[in-house]
Design a protein around this ligand. Structure first.
Ligand SMILES: [Fe+2]
Length: 256
């Protein structure tokens, strides 16, 4: 069931004020289980072994077997229909449409982010860019509690109120990120999100990974970027690329 008008107004105000809103119990156990079952089945297809029933152990069985195939597993998760059904849940799409006052929303990149205790995919703090729209909302929904040593997400308080900063890619992963000169301006806040709940976050809010320190534990995060039919250079300029480049673009100059 969609959120009521009053609930939506509260959620929109929180996003305006804080750059994000926590949606408690957004998904049912059944929905979360359907994703876990998909993930397990994909992994068990790569490395069949019915003796290992646990998703975490199965993940590490595949990672130990082949880092490359673990990467292929990650690539395929974006196309799993159980996952897409959750990410396209009508309550979320209705919220995004309401927030941007549009009747058209594009799915930017549905995916399941995986951060395990080796932390190879640790993401330095950044704003969310490289989508077709300048401003959008994205969802961050863990399927295991993102609490304590299981790691999670941290945000930089109210950083969405200052536009977009110039990003760098000079870190180990080559991921788009911000340096201390920008990060030092804001206070950090660690988010604690239980499985089934989610954060709906404005693209301009600076956020980054919190390391997973629990040994041989993988955090699986459902994620998509919901882009409204607004501020899309590709639909206004003949030579614009479909996705606004991470680098070399003045994001703050994009007005329509
Ligand atoms: Fe991000």
């Amino acid at each position: 069931m969609k959120y009521s008008k009053e609930e939506k107004n509260r959620i929109f105000k929180e996003i305006d004020d804080n750059g994000f809103c926590k949606l408690d119990n957004l998904f049912t156990n059944e929905q979360i289980e359907s994703v876990k079952e998909s993930l397990y089945s994909i992994l068990n297809y790569i490395k069949p072994d019915d003796n290992i029933k646990n998703l975490q152990e199965k993940y590490y069985q595949v990672k130990d077997h082949s880092m490359k195939l673990k990467g292929h597993f990650f690539d395929m998760t974006s196309f799993d229909i159980n996952t897409l059904k959750i990410l396209f849940d009508e309550r979320i799409i209705d919220l995004v449409k309401g927030y941007f006052k549009t009747n058209v929303v594009f799915s930017g990149r549905p995916s399941i982010h995986i951060h395990d205790s080796e932390n190879e995919r640790f993401l330095d703090p950044h704003q969310e860019t490289n989508q077709c729209a300048k401003d959008f909302l994205f969802i961050w929904a863990p399927i295991f509690d993102a609490i304590g040593d299981q790691g999670g997400l941290e945000i930089y308080k109210k950083s969405h109120k200052h536009g977009y900063w110039k990003h760098s890619n000079s870190n180990k992963l080559g991921s788009s990120h911000l340096k201390e000169d920008v990060l030092n301006k804001f206070e950090k806040q660690r988010m604690e999100v239980e499985s089934g709940s989610a954060l709906l976050i404005h693209s301009a809010l600076i956020h980054g990974s919190v390391k997973t320190t629990k040994r041989r534990f993988a955090r699986f995060i459902l994620c998509d970027r919901y882009c409204p039919l607004q501020k899309i250079p590709y639909l206004k300029k003949e030579d614009a690329p479909l996705k606004i480049p991470h680098f070399g673009t003045d994001y703050n100059a994009i007005k329509e």
